[in-house]
Each structure stands twice: as C-alpha cells, then as structure tokens.
Design a protein around this ligand. Structure first.
Ligand SMILES: Nc1ncnc2c1ncn2[C@@H]1O[C@H](COP(=O)(O)OP(=O)(O)OP(=O)(O)O)[C@@H](O)[C@H]1O
Length: 269
C-alpha cells in the first residue's frame, strides 16, 4: 500500500527578512508535519527567533510565504476574528515565562482567559478544562491558584505551556523555552512536552542553540547560520554524522551539564 502523504501543518517557503541593509533571514524553506517536531538550531544571531516571530505575525516577512493549517499567513490578519483564528492555530512560548505572565494573575485565571477567548466552553466546562490542562503539564491546584512570583522557573514554564495549549493550537513554537532552566528541570519540562505531543497531536517547532536538548525532543533538525539553512535532516543523523562544518562546530561547543545561559543571553530573550 502506498504510504499516506500528510500535508504539512506548517510550511515556510523562501522566507526572507531584512532589517535595513541587514539580512536576518535568507530564503528559509521548511515543512513541519502534523504532530511532528522540527528543531531549528544555530548560534545567537542566526535568525531563528526572527523566523518564529514571522510565523506568529510579530514581524512581517520581506519575501516568501508562510502557510499554517493550509492557510496563508504571510500578510497581517485583516480582522480581529482572523487574528484570533491564527492564534488558535499557532501559539508560541518564549524563553522567560516570567515576563510573559501577568504578575497579578494566577495561572488558573490566565489559562481560563485564553479558554474564554479561543473556545466556546461554558464557565463550568472552562474550570474543568483548566484542571485538565494543569494535569497535562503536571501542576497542582495549589500552583494554579498561586501568583507567578510564588512559582519556580520550571513551574512558570509549565504555566506558559498550559496557557499556550489552552488555545488548542495545532502548532506550538518553543523559542529557547527551556534554556533558562536548570538541567534537571529542563529534563522534566522536555518530558512534559513529549507527553503532550503524544496525547494531543500538537506539532512543535523547537528553537534552540542547545543540541543536547534538541536531541531529546526533535524528529528533524534544521541548522541555520547567518540567516540561511546550511544543513537539515533526521535529528540523529544531523547530530551523529553532521555533514556541514558549521554543524560540527556547533556540536563541538555543546554545553556541559550544569551550563547556564549567560546573563546577557537571558536579558536578550
Ligand atoms: N527588530 C530588529 N531590528 C534590527 N535587527 C534585528 C531585529 N531583530 C533581529 N535583528 C537581527 O537579525 C539577526 C537575527 O536575529 P535573531 O534574533 O533572529 O537570531 P537568533 O538566532 O534567534 O538569536 P538569539 O538566539 O540570540 O535570539 C541578528 O543579527 C539580529 O541582530
């Protein structure tokens, strides 16, 4: 029987972004299959975040095409309804969940707000769904009722993931989402992500400069350097038998256990 060919859930074709004279992203094309996990790796400044920001509409592509869930999103949404629909298709989690969580709002209220915006669930069903999402990412009722300042970095990152999942996206972009966490907490969050993918069929675009992390989460890897893709392929192949000298260089500089991002990197995010 012929293998069933699945339409990609996300497709980037010839994506380009310039800032003045500087080319941040140059002719980037990639596809993400439904329930797949593709990682974009590369050093700081290679254009990874700019790709993510274009997909979620925070930057407008200079050229190229972005198709998510079969619909073009290369141009800005034309209505609030369209914007909401796009938010229901693609969600993003950034590196520092603290800056993206309202310090006065409990995680439970934050997740409920997204459910109100993106679903037609009744108030009692929303409360049930908050509990389901908390369970999915491994947070207790007590965590969901606390203020973000009372939670650890790993717990806040789980809140950010639960909140993103509340919109029931088909695609979740994780931009250095575990980079600021201790290695053991990182491993927990990565397990949560693997579990969520299996249970919900969400697809991940995982952005990281950390190859050890990428190995745990990605099916395929795309390597970016100076805005362009220099290598791509199945994760194990790219990591174990890198074809491009730049990938070999990245691999040689894999941080050792206990490595923490520099203050500068944390501030940049
Ligand atoms: N708003 C902007 N204005 C001007 N230049 C920008 C802007 N955003 C990004 N750039 C530049 O585009 C290039 C790619 O940056 P980008 O943040 O996408 O890289 P990155 O691989 O995600 O790096 P990092 O992991 O450090 O965020 C860099 O040279 C950056 O300085």
């Amino acid at each position: 029987m012929a293998e069933q060919i699945k339409e990609p859930i996300l497709e980037l074709a010839g994506l380009r972004k310039t800032f003045g004279e500087a080319v941040a992203v140059d002719d980037v094309s990639l596809t993400l299959p439904p329930a797949g996990a593709v990682a974009i790796v590369g050093e700081s400044g290679s254009g990874k975040t700019t790709v993510a920001r274009m997909i979620v509409g925070l930057e407008r592509p200079t050229a190229g095409r972005i198709t998510a869930c079969g619909r073009d999103r290369s141009a800005p949404p034309r209505s609030a309804r369209e914007r909401r629909r796009r938010g229901g298709e693609v969600q993003i989690v950034f590196q520092d969940p603290y800056s993206s969580l309202d310090p006065r709002q409990s995680p439970g209220a934050a997740v409920e707000e997204i459910l109100r915006l993106h679903t037609s669930l009744s108030a009692p069903r929303r409360r049930e769904r908050v509990a389901e999402l908390a369970d999915l990412v491994g947070l207790s009722d007590r965590h969901m009722a606390a203020l973000p300042s009372a939670l650890s970095g790993g717990q806040r990152q789980r809140v950010a993931i639960a909140r993103a999942l509340a919109a029931e996206p088909r695609i979740l972009i994780l931009d250095e989402s575990v980079a600021a966490l201790d290695v053991s907490i990182q491993a927990q969050v990565l397990n949560v992500l693997a579990d969520v993918r299996e249970r919900t069929g969400v697809a991940y675009l995982f952005i990281s400069h950390d190859l050890a992390v990428v190995r745990q989460i990605a099916d395929d890897i795309v390597v970016m350097r100076h805005g362009s893709i220099v290598e791509r392929g199945p994760a194990a192949r790219v990591l174990d038998e890198p074809g491009h000298p730049y990938t070999r260089l990245l691999r040689a500089s894999v941080p050792r256990p206990g490595w923490r991002p520099t203050r500068k990197e944390q501030e940049k995010a």
